[in-house]
Design a binder for this molecule. Sequence first.
Ligand SMILES: Nc1ncnc2c1ncn2[C@@H]1O[C@H](COP(=O)(O)OP(=O)(O)OP(=O)(O)O)[C@@H](O)[C@H]1O
Length: 228
Amino acid sequence: MTAIILKSLQYRWPDASNLTLDIDSFHLGANEKVMLRGPSGSGKSTLLAALSGIIDVPKASVLVAGIDVGDLPGSDRDRFRVDHLGLIFQVFNLLPWMSAIDNVLLPCRFSKRRLEKVGANPLETAMRLLGELGLTDPELLNGPASALSIGQQQRVAAARALIGSPEIILADEPTSALDEDAKDAFVELLLKECDASGASLMFVSHDSTLEKHFDRTVELNVLNGRGV
Ligand SMILES: Nc1ncnc2c1ncn2[C@@H]1O[C@H](COP(=O)(O)OP(=O)(O)OP(=O)(O)O)[C@@H](O)[C@H]1O
């Protein structure tokens, strides 16, 4: 199944004079990994908000994992998000009083679908994902998330996005706080995990040095019909 289909998607923020999104057509295939680029203010975060049902979009303009996001009642959107999407946003939204491990396990608490996919031992999966992302110190993993560095929080957010194999991972500048070596390692791990679970990835970044890791690069201005 195609992971994402956009068709005649237009979005204007309230009181804005221009459309932020004006996309004729876009497809993201199953297990395809794309980098989304565009100048600051071009609408990259707005597009991720449209894909994740955070903003209202017209019916039939945004299909994610076969679901018409614009046709979902507000009350179903949280479930849609936790069932089908792994989100790694600029602000990692970890619950600061909870441990790193419990933060990673959250999607399995809120989504039966993710719990079923993760199998018999969610804790073991959480530990495996954290370990593959370089977080193994039990003291760190069991302490409050508020005690983690930004780079560590980022990796916990990635493990939380990946647990229970959602079909699509949306990442908004997840490497902005990392140094050059850590950036490449983080992206490689993310791609490896996407391949292992068959997930598709849309990865927003300004960093052209990361382009080599992806199946293709999409320029939002081109998608929006505005040239690069
Ligand atoms: N909550 C909001 N209310 C009104 N306008 C908004 C809102 N969020 C974004 N916008 C506007 O939409 C446009 C696109 O913003 P967006 O954050 O999607 O761009 P971006 O490409 O992600 O930028 P950056 O690379 O700087 O993060 C901007 O003009 C911005 O002012």
